[in-house]
Design a protein around this ligand. Sequence first.
Ligand code: KG4
Ligand code: ZN
Length: 343
Amino acid sequence: MKVLGIETSCDETAAAIVEDGHNLLGSSIASSVDIHALYGGVIPEIAARSHIESIIPVIEDVFSQSKLGWEDIDAIAVTYGPGLLGGLLIGVLAARTLAIAKNKPLYAVNHVEAHVYANFLVKPLPQFPLLSLIVSGGHTQLVIFKNHFDYQLLGQTKDDAMGEAYDKVAKVLGLPYPGGPNISKTAMTGDANAFELPKAKLDNPYDFSFSGLKTATLRTAQKAVGADFRLSSTELPALLTDRQKADIAASFQKVAIETVVSKTIQAYKEFKPKTVVIAGGVAASQELRQALKEKLPIDINYAPPHLCTDNGAMVAALGCYKAMLKQPTADPYSLEAIPNLKM
Ligand code: KG4
Ligand code: ZN
């Protein structure tokens, strides 16, 4: 079973071919992140335009990498949500057109669910029940999978996603977008105990909240320079010393990571899964990986960072399982993009 996966939900135009849900045969990603970095965040119109330019080249690139032709492809899978409408439309329209022109079954894939399936591209394969911590720029969720397509959402963020908090704190410190890797680099020379930042307390122990932490981090930065609240986003970082930036980044990162790790451990104890995985862009964080490894009583197998951030391979992997397990196909004449699609 060979599936072509297409992903265009944010600022990466990506395609990949996966065999049997775990064997990656080719993967191509064109990112418009360098342009967005100039603006400090993703600009949807620029992302959409760049998807139009890149979609055909990335698909051609995976065929040439894998030395396969259309006759080798059994199905097409595409992210139809959640994400930015302009980007989703381009991926969905490309997939619909190809499904009709090449006469292939089409599978509609949820982007967040696909992040989890990046872990099926790594050996040993995850076993069910599978506990998954999904931490990206748009999502923060704990999900328990009893089997493929049979899962329960344990909790999710009530406000900002974890990656979003990283990106916003990075802005406070004047670090470029995307914030995650830059916070992590800056934090390396900092003292994680320099500032005491709050952890949110919520009724459901598996829910998350990062907006209080984000605001407390901003107030800490303002206090550190002895300034009032009226400093602009360019004035504040200019007043912070490198030492202060490193200490603030390290203190923020410590609390953010402790929060998700402790909830994951609590869910592990309650649901006793055979496998624990982490998924989404923030799963690329070495500090998060290390912290979870230290606390979990079982071995944890991490997907490489390039499969944690947005990519086509995770979409193709989930598409393979949909095809192999005879899940319903999508109608190539009517499939629509759903920007606020839920899991
Ligand atoms: O999954 P993803 O590529 O896109 C979404 O679906 O949102 O995740 C992007 C998020 C950004 O917020 C980025 O700052 C964060 O993942 N991120 C990281 C790292 N790499 C990306 N956060 C922490 N450490 C990293 N190494
Ligand atoms: Zn994502």
